[in-house]
Design a protein around this ligand. Structure first.
Ligand SMILES: *Cc1c(COP(=O)(O)O)cnc(C)c1O
Length: 463
């Protein structure tokens, strides 16, 4: 019995437009075209309030890694709510779910990353990272090491601190961001910015911008570098393979902490448990959220190395959230990790699903509208272009083709997202090969329709 589908769609849409402010949306748009109202989901499939089914190519918002409808998580949540629905860990107190999950994370995450500070989201975890890293250097007797270096077009969250770490120009344009002491270098986006350079040379060049920035700002001022192994919200930008090893070398050479933001890349997305394994770095801190609970409960965390934990532990760290280590969220996350592990979902992605998706996805690069098909594990994107050879943008500006493609995709029963003129997927990791076939068919049809529409509207013109 659906819980939410009890009023006509039009009525729900009107109420939604009137009373519910949506993230990253112009609210006024909902007055002319109401939101699509999702009512239930199973596996990789969503059902809306009109009973239509969509293949969820985005796993919710990059998070529903194990897919929808896993009742085990609901049962664990119910049991935990009955037993101990809430308690904090401020008063020299703790509880079993927070302890069990912390132990499990320490087992799962390779290297010396063995201690977690919990939050309820990726944004909060990155805010924690800002305070934690500055406190770390202060305790080490280097209080001037306060500067964070990040990348343009990075996404690290939407709170004041995390949005400052992020490099989204549209976000910085509102509300006086970024905060001081956050510095942004160029992104390793060869397709857009690589010009005539080879991808490998371009990757090295972009990594060395970190070294230049450290030299300009002063190594005694730079606290940490933060990056997503593969940029997600920035459009699934897969860096050249030269990039991350050079970043690691530079962080080591200048005594700069490396923070790997694993909010999307963690928990199997790239075909390993963590994105840093895929790109070959040794981070001092990782940010986790999203796939940690497959989105069934809001939970995130900062997982720090033994050395960071040791230094930080010398004195009171005046930081914490009411819901740090929420017992229900921890219990659900633990159950999610059990399923990922026991059902060998990450291995299945690495050995079967991701290679199959890669073969089909990269073939879409032959489409006349596609300039590049990027993919790493189960996250992928298509750069749309009016001129493949020149990797050109559209004369009408960024975001000419992307929204059209997204709308056709939804109409064809496939949730894809657009980032300017890139179409993006990040489906549940449990996708079957036949569901991948469906995804590809619908994506291809959407590309055909988008190309026809661009031509019809005179928009198929290079900038
Ligand atoms: C989504 C995301 C965040 C922010 O997480 P929220 O739970 O939305 O606060 C941070 N970093 C990355 C890489 C993300 O994709």
């Amino acid at each position: 019995m659906p819980l939410t589908n009890i009023r006509p769609t039009a009525e729900l849409q009107a109420l939604d437009a009137r009373h519910h402010l949506h993230p990253f949306s112009a609210q006024s748009e909902f007055e002319t075209k109401g939101a699509r109202i999702m009512t239930r989901a199973e596996g990789a499939w969503l059902t809306d309030s009109e009973g239509e089914q969509l293949l969820d190519g985005m796993a919710g918002l990059w998070c529903v890694n194990i897919g929808y409808g896993r009742h085990e998580l609901a049962e664990v949540a119910e049991r935990q709510m009955r037993e101990l629905p809430y308690y904090n860990s401020f008063f020299k107190t703790s509880h079993v779910p927070a302890i069990d999950l912390a132990e499990r994370l320490a087992q799962l995450i390779p290297g010396p990353l063995n201690s977690v500070f919990y939050s309820s989201s990726g944004s909060e975890a990155n805010d924690t990272n800002i305070r934690l890293v500055r406190r770390y250097w202060e305790l080490k007797g280097q209080p001037d090491k306060t500067v964070f270096i990040s990348r343009k077009n990075a996404y690290h969250g939407s709170s004041i601190g995390s949005a400052s770490l992020g490099g989204m120009a549209a976000m910085h344009a509102q509300g006086g961001l970024p905060i001081p002491d956050v510095h942004h270098i160029g992104q390793p986006n060869w397709y857009m910015e690589g010009g005539d350079m080879s991808p490998d040379d371009f990757g090295l060049m972009r990594a060395r911008e970190l070294e230049q920035a450290i030299e300009e700002i002063g190594p005694d001022r730079v606290a940490a570098f933060i990056g997503e192994p593969i940029q997600g919200a920035g459009g699934v930008i897969v860096p050249p393979s030269t990039y991350w090893p050079e970043i690691q070398r530079i962080c080591d050479a200048h005594d700069i902490l490396l923070i790997s933001d694993e909010v999307i890349c963690g928990f199997g997305r790239t075909g390993n448990w963590f994105g840093f394994e895929t790109v070959g770095t040794r981070p001092d801190i990782i940010t986790i959220a999203k796939g940690l609970s497959s989105g069934y409960q809001p939970i995130g965390g900062s997982v720090v190395s033994d050395e960071v934990a040791r230094v930080l532990g010398q004195d009171e760290f005046t930081h914490g959230y009411t819901y740090s280590g929420h017992p229900v969220a921890c219990a659900v996350a633990l159950e999610n990790l059990r399923i990922l592990d026991e059902e060998k979902i990450v291995e299945q992605v690495r050995d079967v699903t991701a290679p199959y998706l890669k073969e089909k996805w990269t073939a879409l690069a032959d489409h006349p509208l596609v300039g590049e098909a990027s993919i790493c594990g189960m996250m992928a994107s298509l750069a749309l272009t009016p001129d493949k050879a020149a990797r050109a943008g559209f004369a009408a500006g960024p975001g000419t083709a992307g929204p059209i493609g997204r709308d056709f995709s939804f109409a064809n029963g496939l949730v894809m997202r657009h980032v300017y003129d890139r179409l993006v997927i990040s489906p549940p990791l449990i996708l079957t090969t036949s569901e991948i076939d469906t995804l590809i068919e619908r994506a291809e049809k959407s590309l055909d329709q988008t190309l026809a529409k661009l031509k019809e509207d005179g928009l198929y013109v290079a900038a």
